[in-house]
Design a protein around this ligand. Structure first.
Ligand code: SF4
Length: 66
């Protein structure tokens, strides 16, 4: 089952670890805050998107059951 990518935009500090891990799901805006390029994460992409979310130093990203 697909999951939903979620972000805490207040917590994001713009470290961009998530962008390195999954640049097709995460980007940074002009203010250095994360942007979700796709919120729905199919099962096939879940391992690498979850890993990218875990790489966030301030735990601003997570996946939820949809
Ligand atoms: S890794 Fe975390 S702090 Fe860095 S841009 Fe992504 S969400 Fe923001």
């Amino acid at each position: 089952m697909a999951k939903q990518a979620k972000a805490d935009y207040e917590a994001c500090q713009g470290y961009a670890n998530c962008v390195m891990g999954a640049e097709d799901y995460f980007d940074l805006d002009d203010d250095g805050k994360v942007v979700l390029l796709a919120s729905e994460v199919p099962e096939s992409d879940e391992p690498r998107v979850a890993e990218a979310a875990r790489s966030c130093p301030v735990s601003a990203l997570w996946l939820e059951d949809s």
